[in-house]
Write a protein that binds this ligand. Structure first.
Ligand code: FES
Length: 74
């Protein structure tokens, strides 16, 4: 799927990925998905270009960006 020009990482992923698979808590392994879409709740954390804990709702999608779900390791 191709991102729209105005998409943030979170809005793009919500259109293309099952919300139950957006991310998992590293503490409880429970599924989490973006909630506020304005930088308040931190439920949208993703790894972007190798940097973890980026708020997907505040970052615009751009060409070549590497986005990775945050899930517990192990
Ligand atoms: S969706 Fe709430 S901070 Fe990103």
């Amino acid at each position: 799927m191709i991102a729209r020009e105005q998409d943030t990482v979170a809005s793009f992923l919500l259109r293309t990925v099952d919300p139950d698979r957006y991310r998992q808590s590293v503490v409880s392994a429970q599924s989490h998905a973006p909630l506020c879409m304005m930088g308040v709740c931190f439920e949208c954390l993703v790894e972007i270009d190798g940097q973890k804990n980026q708020q997907g709702c505040l970052v615009r999608v751009r060409s070549g960006m590497r986005i990775k779900r945050q899930i517990p390791e192990g």
